[in-house]
Design a protein around this ligand. Structure first.
Ligand code: GAR
Length: 189
């Protein structure tokens, strides 16, 4: 049984999609052993409680540096024998401490077709640019923001002018693609 950790900062809809896929036996051989969150009041923590998960919650303001809080995260990951780290709306840049410890074992989901529209506002930036093909990307996390090796992508055309509708379609796609990708990666670990 592989142990995965999900890192999230906000709503947690991707985290929930992963848990639901595991419950429906769509991802064999793994469980979420830890939810890591950098926002003590994030809604995702309520979800973790619902799924009865262990959490590691930290406030970066309470640490001197990224290296310091990441050292604590690494300790928690080791304690839970984590095999794979899945970032799901974790709105922090991953630093050397985590990257070294979990080399090629940290993945991220991003709501655009990378390398286009990197950063925090991938959907809004793509919409405002006026592209007509949107999508999601799952990639390995590297030093370069949203720049690691691409694992999976899925795309669709959208000619509408409703960003709420567009966001909804992108999130639906994320909720399918992330569990499917984790399933594949787990088999290769
Ligand atoms: C997701 O759309 C994810 O792709 C995005 O944050 C959202 C989190 O939603 N991540 C990034 O933009 C990373 N650059 P969720 O909390 O409901 O899963």
């Amino acid at each position: 049984m592989r142990q995965i950790a999900v890192f999230a900062s906000g709503r947690g809809s991707n985290y929930e999609a992963i848990e639901k896929a595991i419950l429906k036996n769509k991802i064999d051989g793994c469980r979420v052993a830890l939810l890591v969150c950098d926002k003590p009041d994030a809604p995702v923590l309520k979800l973790a409680e619902k799924f009865n998960r262990k959490t590691f919650v930290f406030d970066p303001k309470g640490y001197k540096s990224k290296a310091d809080y990441e050292a604590d995260i690494v300790e928690a990951l080791r304690d839970h024998k984590i095999d794979l780290v899945c970032l799901a709306g974790y709105m922090r840049i991953v630093g050397d401490t985590l990257l070294k410890e979990y080399k090629d074992r940290i993945i991220n989901i991003h709501p655009s077709l990378l390398p286009s529209f990197k950063g925090k506002n991938g959907i809004k930036d793509a919409f405002e640019y006026g592209v007509k093909v949107f999508g999601v990307t799952i990639h390995y996390v590297s030093k370069e923001i949203d720049g690691g090796r691409i694992i999976a992508q899925r795309a669709f055309e959208y000619y509408g002018d409703d960003i709420v509708e567009l966001e909804d379609r992108i999130h639906k796609l994320e909720h399918e693609l992330y569990p499917q990708t984790i399933k594949k990666l787990i088999k290769e670990l």
